[in-house]
Design a protein around this ligand. Structure first.
Ligand SMILES: [Zn+2]
Length: 475
């Protein structure tokens, strides 16, 4: 079974003028804002073309393609594009719920009236808050099922990617390949293994009776081989929804994004994926990538691919990609966290060499308090009496500062925002391993249990949680 969606043009500042011919009065403030914003961003509005192809095995991959979004309804210069891929496991509830709610949660985590520069600066933290809120809200609806999330927001030439799990987003620009997403598998990340163990979880492989270890590294209890996801409430507190966020700015040469589920990446390297589809427009390119992956390994999993071409206006070319030797790119601009309060930084970026991909922001830390904090002035972003995660209104004295339990008292005070409500504070503590369960015998007990197909396995630690259906993977 396969499905596809056609290429979508647009994204230029002239494309979304839904209110232009309406004849109704437009407030002066809106007109002024529109003029200022369009003047500033006209040269940075690239054309986007996107395409999707998917071959389903379990029906747990879901996608979100919305090339025309507006932060301020009726203001075309506030437009941006959003693309998402959700690879569900243990059912499709979490994937569907996230697809339907994540973008709204992102937009409600930032004040609507921010100018473009502040919106882009606030976006990484809005993505973190929205992932955590979506996870928290979903857990009131269902205990089982989880999903990877790779969510891409393109505003002008700035690409912001937030991800949990092992779907990937890769960018080819200027002949180099950039990895813009996480690989939250225990096999791929020693840091994530350390984080889970420090929080009181265990990471190990399945033991077949007789002692041989098989399969990928998994987190116990639960047996999930992803270290971060949305959902998975039944797997335990060590699997967290805090995404890796990367933000880059393309040069005027544009680039191509491939967003694909692990069904593609288990079979193809990013180099092969770009090379096998290089001369094709987005939709046939996505199809070619999926078919190449399936041809190489067979259809063993849902295999989904979204291709987005970002074509800057100035180049005016239908095939933006130079046929250079691809290689793993190193960001040519060293890591620099954007301080938007520093007005010189914007000017610097305006006059930089146009032919580079500039990294603006990268943060993969799983700890919420660190992720909600940043050098960006907090008070501008988060309203005083609103929970920074779930947006619930707080009565005075009800909010708990994310710095409340800071291990370095003095630098930040408990009355400094952002603030969380009680339940988000509890969730944060659980996520950060402060409420680990005690009194369990962790190791040295051999426990035999049955997983799918009645094969007998044994596992030598943390036996207390196992049941026949508790073993799962991201597959
Ligand atoms: Zn809250």
């Amino acid at each position: 079974m396969s499905s596809r969606a056609g290429s979508v043009g647009g994204g230029s500042s002239s494309g979304g003028g839904s209110s232009a011919g309406g004849g109704g009065a437009v407030p002066l403030a809106v007109l002024l804002r529109r003029e200022v914003a369009s003047e500033r961003t006209a040269s940075e509005r690239p054309e986007l073309h996107s395409g999707l192809f998917s071959q389903a095995k379990k029906g747990e991959d879901f996608t979100f393609l919305k090339p025309e979004c507006e932060r301020l309804p009726g203001v075309p210069s506030s437009s941006f594009s959003a693309f998402g891929l959700f690879d569900g496991h243990n059912g499709n509830g979490a994937a569907i719920y996230t697809k339907e709610n994540l973008l709204n949660n992102i937009l409600s985590a930032v004040p609507a009236d921010l100018n473009r520069e502040d919106w882009l600066a606030a976006l990484p933290r809005a993505l973190v808050a929205a992932f955590v809120k979506t996870d928290k809200d979903f857990q009131t609806k269902a205990r089982s099922s989880g999903t990877t999330v790779t969510f891409v927001i393109i505003d002008g030439l700035v690409i912001t990617v937030a991800s949990v799990g092992d779907s990937r987003c890769v960018l080819e620009a200027e002949g180099s390949i950039y990895h813009l997403s996480s690989d939250h598998r225990f096999d791929a990340s020693k840091e994530e293994v350390d984080r889970v163990i420090e929080s009181g979880g265990d990471v190990g492989r399945l033991n077949v009776v007789g002692g041989a270890e098989i399969g990928p590294l998994r987190c116990w209890p639960g047996g999930l081989c992803l270290s971060r996801s949305i959902g998975d409430q039944d797997v335990g507190q060590f699997i967290v929804p805090v995404p890796l966020v990367k933000q880059v700015k393309l040069s005027t040469a544009g680039g191509r994004l491939i967003i694909a589920s692990d069904g593609v990446w288990d079979a193809l390297s990013p180099e092969v994926a770009f090379n096998c589809s290089r001369e094709l427009p987005p939709e046939p390119a996505a199809e070619q990538i999926v078919k190449t992956a399936v041809h190489s390994k067979g259809l063993r999993d849902d295999t989904t691919c979204i291709v987005v071409d970002i074509i800057a206006e100035r180049t005016n070319s239908s095939m933006p990609l130079p046929k250079k030797q691809p290689g793993i790119g190193v960001f040519k601009n060293m890591f620099c966290k954007k301080k938007s309060s520093d007005s010189s930084s914007h000017a610097d970026r305006e006059y930089m060499d146009p032919d580079i991909v500039e990294e603006i922001f990268e943060d993969g830390c799983a700890f919420l308090s660190r992720r909600l904090d940043s050098e960006y002035p907090v008070r501008n972003m988060f309203k005083l009496f609103i929970c920074a995660i779930c947006q619930v209104e707080l009565k005075p004295n009800q909010g708990i500062s994310v710095h409340e339990d800071s291990s370095q008292p003095g630098s930040l005070r408990r009355w400094d925002g952002p603030f969380l409500c009680q339940s988000c504070q509890e969730k944060k503590e659980a996520m950060e391993g402060k409420r680990r369960s005690r009194g369990l015998i962790w190791r040295s007990v051999i426990y035999t249990y049955f997983i799918k197909h009645q094969s007998a396995f044994s596992y030598t630690t943390r036996p207390h949680y196992y049941s026949a259906d508790s073993s799962r993977s991201s597959e």
